[in-house]
Every structure is written in C-alpha cells, then in structure tokens.
Design a protein around this ligand. Structure first.
Ligand SMILES: [Zn+2]
Ligand SMILES: [Zn+2]
Length: 221
C-alpha cells in the first residue's frame, strides 16, 4: 500500500507541476506582448442630443483602445443610439450592449461586437466651415488614418514612377484619406464618397482640396 501511495503522490506532483508550468508558459508571452495602443485624449465622441446628461457611460481601457459602453433593451434601440453617436478618433469604440447582439461603433462603421462584422457605414456630420489640420479631415473634422500599404502613394525609381491607386470604397472602410499637395489639408475618403465630385471631369475621379481646390494625393502620414 505504501508503494502505491508513493506512486500516486509522485504522479500527482508531476501533473500539478506540469499544469503550473503550462500556465506560466501561457501567461508569460501575453504579458510580454501587452503593448498599449495610443488613444488620443481627450477623445472626441459626441452623443445623441441630451444623452450624456442623463445617463452615465461605462469606460473600459484595454490594450486595444478605449471602450465606452452602455446597455439597451434591444438591438433596435442600440442601433438608433449608435447612429446618433459620432466617434471622431481611432481606437475609441462605443459599445451598445443589448440582449440580442451587442453592437459597436468606431471612426468608420457600426459593427457586430461579437466578430467585428460590418453593419453600416458611420455617417459624419460636417464642420460649420472647413478647417486646416494635419490630423483631421478639413470638411468633417474626423481623424484621417495614414495609409499603411504599400507605404507610399508614389514610388520613383530608375526609369519611372509607380503610382499606387487604392479604391475610394476601400479607403473609406480603412479610415484613410487624401492630402492636398498645395496647402497640406487632409480629406477623408468618406467625405469624397458622400459628395459628388467635379461633374465635368469626364467620368474620372477629380478629387480636390476642400480648402484651396488644390489636387490631392493619398495621405500616408
Ligand atoms: Zn471628412
Ligand atoms: Zn489645399
């Protein structure tokens, strides 16, 4: 009997020890890779009229960004609330919890919180007058994210220049935009998509600066 106890005790010790090792292995990389993203403060979010005065918003900061949460009785009420919110900075997420399926809104769109699936594009209100900024769209004041890929809108080498053309639709989904070659003002893809461009351009997309009417190029930061 004594031998069996010893064997069982050794097996238990090995199993417990192994479990602790596994836990450590899983925990360590997470800590090492926890790099906090930069969230612009104070963040620029506006609520539907009268909302912020009457109901507190729950705030949670995570390594991915800042989450502003509120609960609703159903999906329809959550969606209506999000349509009235404007999120003008990246990495800020308004989450409208509800018993059917939680919804979220960021700089670009309303999405399913569960898997990030697209629900609808975020409408943007327009500034009273266009403003010059190196970070925000001159027309709507929303942050313009520098295009990441392939790094430049024009690459010049030996015998020519390769220009990169991204579709305006995709740029809108990525939160990208353009920059005026003359005055440096920014213009988000959403604003260009929501306003018909120079109808006399012969069917070609002729994007111009909201401030000085100068030609624009993809904004890469
Ligand atoms: Zn805009
Ligand atoms: Zn300009």
């Amino acid at each position: 009997m004594g031998t069996w106890f010893a064997v069982v005790a050794v097996i238990l010790a090995v199993v417990i020890g192994f479990t602790i090792m596994l836990r450590r292995r899983i925990d360590v990389p997470k800590r090492q890779h926890r790099v906090e993203v930069y969230v612009k403060m104070p963040y620029r979010v506006s609520w539907p009229p009268g909302y912020a005065d009457s109901r507190p918003i729950r705030q949670v900061k995570t390594p991915n960004g800042l989450y502003l949460m509120e609960a609703f009785g159903g999906r329809a009420a959550a969606l209506e609330f999000l349509r009235g919110c404007e999120v003008r900075d990246e990495r800020v997420y308004v989450i409208a919890e509800n018993p059917e399926s939680n919804l979220g809104k960021d700089l670009v769109m309303i999405f399913e919180e569960f898997d990030g699936a697209f629900v609808e594009i975020a409408e943007r209100s327009v500034l009273p007058t266009p403003e010059l900024s190196r970070e925000d769209c001159a027309r709507c004041g929303y942050a313009v994210i520098p295009a990441q890929s392939p790094g430049s809108s024009a690459i010049t080498y030996g015998d020519g220049t390769v220009r990169w053309f991204a579709s305006l639709d995709q740029m809108e989904m990525d939160g990208y935009g353009h920059q005026c070659q003359a005055c440096g003002a920014l213009a988000c893809a959403r604003c260009y998509r929501s306003v018909p461009q120079h109808p006399n351009a012969g069917g070609k997309l002729d994007l111009r600066c909201w401030l000085c009417d100068g030609r624009v190029d993809v904004f890469t930061g």
